[in-house]
Write a new protein. Structure first.
Length: 141
């Protein structure tokens, strides 16, 4: 996953510490080592961090690019989230799964789990591939 992480080593996802654990056509698994700065006033992970994980995992489920030094990009059109659990510090993972789509617009489901496998959040999103990312070859990084 070094290649995938190298392609996404900037911007907000990198700032909060997201990294790829797995990435293949139709599925993305992201990890985050939850630190103190990710917690809310109740000392549990902030819902905005969980929403970010789901947003990126859902988008990446539809943007896999097998070519090194290239990337596919998408924008989020809509996303719904349901928060089902709480977690403090530790490793969490988000799984995005491509469910349906056409040539540019696709739908994904997302789930976030703590390190014990407890479901923390779930959601679904609709995403649109950017014009330069419609083909599997994507665009240069």
């Amino acid at each position: 996953m070094e290649d995938a992480n190298a392609r996404f080593n900037n911007g907000f996802p990198a700032l909060i510490g997201l990294h790829f654990l797995e990435w293949e056509e139709g599925r993305a698994v992201l990890g985050l080592q939850v630190r103190q700065e990710h917690l809310n006033l109740g000392n549990v992970i902030h819902g905005g961090v969980l929403a970010t994980l789901m947003d990126v995992a859902g988008a990446c489920a539809g943007t896999y690019c097998p070519y090194p030094e290239r990337v596919r990009k998408a924008v989020t059109l809509s996303m719904t989230n349901t928060f089902t659990g709480q977690a403090g510090e530790g490793l969490i993972r988000a799984i995005g799964t491509l469910r349906a789509g056409g040539s540019r617009i696709y739908n994904s489901t997302m789930e976030v789990f703590d390190q014990q496998g407890q479901l923390l959040a779930m959601g679904e999103g609709t995403f649109r591939l950017r014009s330069s990312s419609a083909g599997p070859e994507g665009e240069p990084v």
